[in-house]
Every structure is written in structure tokens, then in C-alpha cells.
Design a protein around this ligand. Structure first.
Ligand code: FE2
Length: 164
């Protein structure tokens, strides 16, 4: 769980349903899932496979490198603990930028694509280039933390907020 917790139900290549937790909790940018969103997802039947959008332990290595390490366990670091509350077992964790790339590609009308992912930071990745061809997304190039356009953008926008 992180900012804007969300769920999606996918059947093969089809997105059957997707929602943000804030729609149910009425908490803007809600970090956490709630029974409202989980119950609606479960109306599609039992989950065959639950996939989580990042690799928490890989992320922890970057946080350790960056001096952001904490011994405190929380839901952001241990998503399975949060999902245990709902009786959901995570079957697979995939890299954060692969999640972004797959979401962009599989919701596009293109059969072949080159995908540019730029955010503040994934586990370590800050910029990645992937290619996609019909059924799979392959990572080609990556820029890693601490080199991040997204963090630079965040710093500038935070500075601008201080000026208003
Ligand atoms: Fe991201």
C-alpha cells in the first residue's frame, strides 16, 4: 500500500474492473485498501492469482542505501500484512516500473509499442524504456536512483508551493 491504493480484476487480456480505494473510503489519496473496494473486487469471484505492483524487499534495499531505513514495519513495507486482514494472499510481486509499463501497454490500442516510464522512483528504477509485442513487456534500459527526473520535478513543485 502506498499513495492511492487501488485494485483491478483482470481476466486474460481483459480488465473487468478497477477502482481506487478513496472512492470507498472518501479519504483523498487513501494509502490503504478497505472492505468496500475488496468486497466489490470479490464480486468477480475468487482470485486465481494476486499480483502486487512492486517488490517491497528490493525497495527496502534502496531505502537502506539512501539512509531511509527504518526498523519499523508498516503496511507500505509489508503489503501481505495489510492484505492478510482481508484474507488475500499475494502470489507474485513485480517491479514497479514493469507495472507502469504493463498498465500503459495493455490499456493502449497498440500491438507493438515502446514504453517510457518516468516517475519519482520505483524500487530503484526512476526511468525505464520497455518494448511490448502482443503479450509481453520487456525491459530494455533503466536509469536508477539517485538519478531521478521525478524527484527533481517534485523538488521544484514543492519549492513553488512554498512561494505561493
Ligand atoms: Fe510510480
Amino acid at each position: 500500500m502506498n499513495h492511492d491504493a487501488a485494485m483491478a480484476v483482470v481476466d486474460g487480456m481483459d480488465i473487468l474492473w478497477a477502482a481506487h480505494a478513496e472512492r470507498y473510503s472518501k479519504v483523498k489519496n487513501d494509502f490503504y485498501l478497505n472492505w468496500g473496494i475488496v468486497n466489490e473486487a470479490m464480486t468477480y469471484g475468487p482470485f486465481d492469482k494476486v499480483v502486487y505492483y512492486e517488490k517491497p524487499l528490493l525497495k527496502k534495499t534502496r531505502q537502506f542505501y539512501a539512509g531511509q531505513y527504518s526498523n519499523a514495519l508498516n503496511y507500505t513495507e509489508m503489503p501481505q500484512c495489510h492484505l492478510d486482514h482481508f484474507g488475500i494472499k499475494i502470489d507474485e510481486y513485480i517491479k514497479h516500473h514493469d507495472s507502469h509499463a504493463a498498465a500503459g501497454y495493455f490499456t493502449s490500442p497498440f500491438r507493438e509499442a515502446t514504453i517510457l516510464t518516468v516517475d519519482a522512483i520505483g524500487e530503484w528504477d526512476t526511468v525505464s524504456i520497455s518494448t511490448a509485442d502482443k503479450i509481453w513487456v520487456k525491459r530494455k534500459e533503466t536509469i536508477k536512483y539517485p538519478h531521478s527526473l521525478g524527484i527533481l520535478y517534485s523538488a521544484f513543485t514543492q519549492r513553488c508551493m512554498l512561494c505561493t
